[in-house]
Design a protein around this ligand. Structure first.
Ligand code: PHE
Length: 329
C-alpha cells in the first residue's frame, strides 16, 4: 500500500509539472482525482485493509490526495491568469488602429483640375516668382506710377522696388519677354493683397492667369475658351455672364460671373475672373510687335471657383487647415 501511494504521488507530481494548458490539466485530473481516478482506486483498496492498518494508511492517503488537489487548484489558477494576461495584450476582437492618411488639399485638387482642362485646350504651364518687382507687377502692365488703378489692388510692399505680387499677370510679362509668339500658356500661383479679412477676401489666394498671343486672336476665341472651361469645370448647365470691365493691361476688358445658389439662400452672381484683349501698350513694353500680334489674357481666382463648385461659404477655411474641413474632400 505504501508503495502504491508513493508512486501515485510521484506520478501525479511529475505529470502536473508538465501541464501547459487546460486540456492537459483535465487529463491529469481524470487520471488521478476523477471518480475513477487513481486516488479513488486507492481508497477502494484502503477499505479492504485490516482494521489495525487503516489509521496509518488512511492518514497518508488523505494527505496525498489533498496535497494533489491543492497542487491541481494552483495550476488551474495559474493557467487561467496567464490566459487573461495574454488577453490583455492580444484581444483579437479589437478593431485595428486607424492609420491617418493625408489627402490632397482641396485647393490643390481644384488647381490640378483647372490645369488639366487648359492642357486639354492646348495651353502649357508657366510659373513666376511670388516676390515681384513693382516694374513687372504694375508698370509693364500699363499701370503708370500714380495711376489710380493701383488702388484696385492693396499691395504688400517689401521696399519701394519690390512687393508680393498682387496678381499673376506679371508672369505674362516674364513669358512675353522670354519667348517669341505664338504663346499659349496658363500661369498658376499664389498672390497677396493687403485686404481686410472677411468671408470673401483673404490676404493670400491663388490665381490662374492665361495668355494667348498670335497673329489673329479674337475676343470671340477668348469667350469660347472661357465658356468651354466653365462647362468642363462646373458642368454643361453652368449659368455665366460676361460683364464689361476695366483692367489697365487689357482693352476691351470683361469680368466673368457665375450664378451661385446655395440651399435655402437666394442665388447671386459671383465674379470668378477678369479677362480681355492684351492692351497694345503691354506688347510694346515687352517688345512684341503690336501691329502684327494680338492676344487675349484672363486671370481667375482659384478659391472663388472652389467655393462655387463645392459650396464653401467662407474663403478663410481653405487656410485654417482644420482637418474636419479638409477630410470632406
Ligand atoms: N490680373 C487681374 C486681377 O487680378 C485679372 C486679369 C488677368 C484681368 C488677365 C484681365 C486679364 O484682377
Amino acid at each position: 500500500m505504501l508503495d502504491k501511494i508513493e508512486s501515485a504521488e510521484k506520478g501525479f507530481s511529475a505529470e502536473i509539472a508538465e501541464v501547459k494548458d487546460d486540456e492537459a490539466l483535465e487529463a491529469v485530473r481524470i487520471k488521478y482525482l476523477g471518480r475513477k481516478g487513481l486516488f479513488t482506486e486507492l481508497f477502494e483498496e484502503f477499505k479492504q485493509l485490516p482494521k489495525e492498518e487503516k489509521p496509518k494508511y488512511g492518514q497518508m492517503l488523505n494527505k496525498a490526495k489533498s496535497s494533489a488537489q491543492k497542487k491541481f487548484d494552483e495550476v488551474k489558477i495559474q493557467l487561467a491568469s496567464s490566459e487573461s494576461e495574454i488577453q490583455e495584450y492580444i484581444d483579437l476582437s479589437l478593431p485595428g488602429r486607424k492609420i491617418e492618411l493625408g489627402s490632397t488639399h482641396i485647393l490643390t485638387q481644384t488647381l490640378n483640375e483647372i490645369k488639366q482642362i487648359f492642357k486639354g485646350l492646348g495651353f502649357s504651364i508657366y510659373e513666376g516668382p511670388e516676390l515681384e518687382s513693382d516694374h513687372n507687377n504694375f508698370e509693364m502692365l500699363n499701370f503708370p506710377a500714380d495711376h489710380p488703378a493701383r488702388d484696385m489692388q492693396d499691395t504688400f510692399f517689401i521696399n519701394d522696388k519690390f512687393l508680393l505680387r498682387t496678381h499673376t499677370s506679371p508672369v505674362q510679362v516674364r513669358l512675353m519677354e522670354s519667348k517669341e509668339p505664338p504663346l499659349r500658356a496658363i500661369m498658376p500661383g499664389k498672390v497677396y493683397r493687403n485686404e481686410a479679412l472677411s468671408a470673401k477676401s483673404y490676404c493670400l489666394f491663388h490665381q490662374v492667369e492665361g495668355l494667348y498671343v498670335d497673329e489673329d486672336v479674337t475676343f470671340a476665341e477668348l469667350k469660347g475658351t472661357l465658356v468651354a472651361f466653365a462647362k468642363q469645370f462646373f458642368g454643361d448647365d453652368v449659368k455665366y455672364r460676361f460683364r464689361p470691365s476695366f483692367f489697365p493691361f487689357t482693352e476691351p476688358s470683361a469680368e466673368v460671373d457665375i450664378w451661385w445658389e446655395q440651399k435655402g439662400k437666394p442665388g447671386k452672381w459671383l465674379e470668378i475672373m477678369g479677362c480681355g484683349m492684351v492692351d497694345p501698350n503691354v506688347f510694346e513694353n515687352v517688345g512684341i510687335d503690336n501691329e502684327k500680334y494680338v492676344g487675349y489674357a484672363f486671370g481667375m481666382g482659384v478659391e472663388r471657383i472652389a467655393m462655387l463648385k463645392y459650396g464653401v461659404g467662407d474663403i478663410r477655411v481653405f487656410f485654417d487647415n482644420d482637418k474636419r474641413f479638409l477630410q470632406q474632400f
